[in-house]
Design a protein around this ligand. Structure first.
Ligand code: 5GP
Ligand code: MN
Length: 345
């Protein structure tokens, strides 16, 4: 793995392309949207490319601002048309093509070169022509920042980044670290320092990300903490959110983002697991403190995976449970046993 060589190769492929497109994972989060926007505005402003950002799903309202002025494509037919003229496809913030979900087939069928820039474990390198992957880093945005610093036109000078790119990268790094609470490395602070010096308005970003809540989201959070959080003696917290919870509070998709972190603030809780009903299944989010593997719980029991301290997966019906009413007992049992075993080893 030679980063300088990888960046030189990427630079030569960018040079040779007119139309460049990015794609990211389903239900994109701040890091997915930030890295997509950060790449697209660099390619448009610094390299004069025709760029577009493919999104398998709509983006969370509070991070949508980073896409202002950028061409975005969510419609499948339009994505197919875009890919048919694309010279270079840049894949951001996911490790395997299945995470693109709705657009997976189109991306697999794409004949041109695919570049991956990602920070998840076990990237499927064989699916890409160039794989720039680093796991000891805060976010895809931080890795992309390092890649862009290595491009000859930026040459390590953050102030040469387009303003929109710098803002998008700061935004995605901020959400993926939960505002500097997790996965912060020396490079993360160097990035923040470089972007601040380049003039990024961090207060504005924080306002947009964290001070723009709808009141019903706070009401839902309150009910969740008082009525739905189960604390296990093994140091786990289990939260099940049925469809009725979303209906009653009028919550939009993605509006429970961050809820899974809250139980970790309880003394003695080392793992928090939140399952939310979504169509005919439950989507599972897991967060843990150092020393307890959220990734293993997701991988071994919830058809998923992710990072050591932040992972996700699913509960399938009827394969795993007969119906939604069985979710709480199922998750509680698995989580309690998992935590007991983790103590035993
Ligand atoms: P979240 O809880 O925010 O949805 O997901 C947290 C992290 O878990 C994501 O950044 C991703 O790395 C991982 N993740 C979520 N869902 C899945 C899944 O279905 N499969 C795998 N392999 N990883 C997932
Ligand atoms: Mn990420």
């Amino acid at each position: 793995m030679d980063r300088a060589k990888d960046i030189a190769l990427l630079n030569s492929w960018v040079d040779g392309a007119k139309i460049i497109t990015t794609v990211t994972h389903a239900r994109p989060d701040g890091d997915a949207v930030g890295s997509s926007a950060g790449m697209a505005s660099y390619l448009a402003s610094c390299c004069g490319k025709d760029t577009a950002v493919l999104l398998p799903d709509p983006v969370p309202e509070n991070v949508a601002f980073v896409l202002e002025g950028i061409k975005t494509v969510t419609d499948k037919d339009e994505a197919a048309r875009r890919l048919s003229v694309t010279d270079l496809l840049i894949c951001l913030d996911f490790n395997v093509l299945s995470r693109v979900e709705g657009l997976e087939e189109l991306v697999r069928a794409y004949k041109g070169r695919k570049v991956l820039i990602d920070h998840h474990e076990e990237p499927d390198a064989a699916s890409f022509d160039l794989c720039i992957s680093e796991t000891h880093i805060s976010s895809a945005c931080e890795l992309l920042y390092q890649v862009l610093m290595g491009m000859p036109d930026i040459a390590g000078e953050p102030s040469k980044l387009p303003e929109a790119s710098a803002r998008a990268l700061m935004t995605g790094m901020t959400t993926d670290t939960n505002n500097f609470a997790n996965s912060v490395y020396p490079g993360t602070l160097r990035m923040a320092s470089g972007l601040l010096a380049a003039g990024v308005d961090r207060e504005d970003i924080i306002d947009r990300l964290y001070h723009s809540e709808r009141p019903n989201r706070l009401a839902a959070m309150g009910e969740m903490l008082s009525e739905r959080m189960r604390l296990l003696p093994e140091g786990g917290a289990v939260i099940i959110l049925p469809q009725s919870f979303f209906d009653r509070h009028g919550l939009l998709d993605g509006e429970t983002e961050g809820f899974v972190n809250l139980p970790l603030s309880v003394k003695g809780v080392r793992l928090s697991i939140l399952a939310r009903e979504d169509g005919g299944q439950f989507r599972v989010s897991i967060r843990s403190k150092r020393g307890t593997s959220a990734r293993l719980l997701a991988k071994n029991h919830f058809h998923g995976g992710g990072h050591e301290q932040a992972s996700g997966g699913r509960i399938l019906m009827p394969q795993d449970i007969a119906d939604a009413s069985a979710a709480e007992a199922y998750v509680t049992d698995i989580t309690a046993r998992f935590l007991q075993e983790q103590v035993a080893v």
